[in-house]
Design a binder for this molecule. Sequence first.
Ligand SMILES: [Zn+2]
Length: 590
Amino acid sequence: MVNIDSCESIRTCSNNGKWLLDVMSKGQNEISRYMNSLLALKEKELEILLMFSTLFKRNLIGPEDWLLPAVQHQQNMACYMILAYLTGAKKEKKNVIIPALKMAIGKGDKYITKIISWFIIKELLKSFSFDINSLLDIWPAVVCKNMNCKDFNFCSQDLVILIETEQTSQVFPIQFWNIEIKYLSQAGIEMKKEVKDHVYRNTKFTGSASVEVCFPENFNIDGKCASKLFKDHSNLTLICKSVYTLKDGIKNYRPCVQLFCRGKGLIPVEENHFPKFINNVKTDVLEGESLLAGRLRVGEQITSKHFSGTLGGFVKVLGKTTFLTCAHVVVNKDNLSGHNLTIPSNEAINIDYVQTLPNSHNSQTKCCGEVRYIEFKTDSPGETSIDAALIKLRMGIEIDEDDFIANKINNKHNLQCLGMKSPFLNENWLDHEKIFDGKSALQFINVTVGAVSGISVNTQSTKEKVEGFDIDMETVIETYNRIVQSENVSTFSSNAPVFSNDAHLQETRLRKVDKERTRYRLSRRMYNQIAVTHIPFQPGDSGTCIYVCDNSLERYGCIGMAIANHPGIDGGAIVTPMKDILKTFHLDIK
Ligand SMILES: [Zn+2]
């Protein structure tokens, strides 16, 4: 039995105290010898910390002499403490830090490498006056260009610092303490246009029998699986299915899981390579990031104080007419910067729309309504993430069923052109779960109306005419062609879009946590979205609804609303399923 008041513990304490005094009374050499032998003992962590803090405070030893030995013996907490005590000139710090960093990487100690790299980043931020508002993210990484690398630990000794900014500038430093600094600008992360063109020239779409059968039946990447991947890989931006892999700009029609990342071959310190397979399907690692892109007719350009976007469609709520767009279009970035949405409680958010005047190139901005309901649900792997807002129409603003679709030359298109039975999405949504039903990729003929990209129609489908197929395909195509003819659609794509489910997004940014300059890295994740290729999507098209003709359900309707761009070579959008959007507003939908 142990008596806690027994002399045992008292003796240990007093012994320690006495022994501390003993050590302090010794000369420099003896203190060093003692500390070196203590560092070699893994289990003496607390004692080491106590000794260091006492000796540093009394200036009996200098922290600059002890970082290397602490790294040598992989004493994590001691490294933290030494760095905290490390003051002095920049040059001196550099001479201490860089050899320690090299040693940590050499030993494959990811934890200590991380601590030291972040120390360097803090020094970098102190030395250069970056505009904190345009600084989107910053992180340390090692460079590995070996495509087949299977190394679990550091496969390379090259540390780089990645900085993501809104704009790059020539005055930014390209290295700090001999460490290379790489810049990623938002524009640069999107696949370069030349690369896209190159691929187009070299690839003929084979129109392979059907995209629907290329994935194993019931293959899925659920939110839980995506959540783990995002946690393990902070630079992963989008997980989605693809019917082809890309090699040297050539499309190879073999299903894969595309993993889009910021900076291919740059592995964040303390992380590993991306997995080669997910649920037995090969992965393809690509560079790119989805960005939430910032009269009332469908496809109308709308603007708030903060951003511009697209009017996706109309929704009837409690007898009132509202229209749907993205939450990120109508509220300020700061309101969305934490994990939870905060909205102003005592002022209305007015929404304007941009009206092109007939027979002229001029346009005018008019108020059309105010934000009524808003939903921004992210980070929950088990449900569909939502970024949506409903805007109540202002008095005097009406819907005209015969002039229903926005266009640049003021043609009148009625709502039947979108295959709709009524102006409201309440009666015109399609059930994506029924449509996908165990399949991974689908094709439809479709129409989209984006405020920036304009009207885009696609009447091609690789799907063969199926026996017992009840929709009169001729009529559908005729309907869609009517838009094409009258609209002179120039962006008419020759490839049919491919829709795939189980797309998951991650955005990692430095986020403001208070009114001061305090920022920390925060990842926001959007789960269970639909990825669509080959439809035009640009900033300002957020909120665009995708109207399709579904073969299996034998009806037209809206499958979802586009919230972000698809970073792949074919362009496209990430789409939130309409069923889940309507459900989040508690609408009685059947
Ligand atoms: Zn490697």
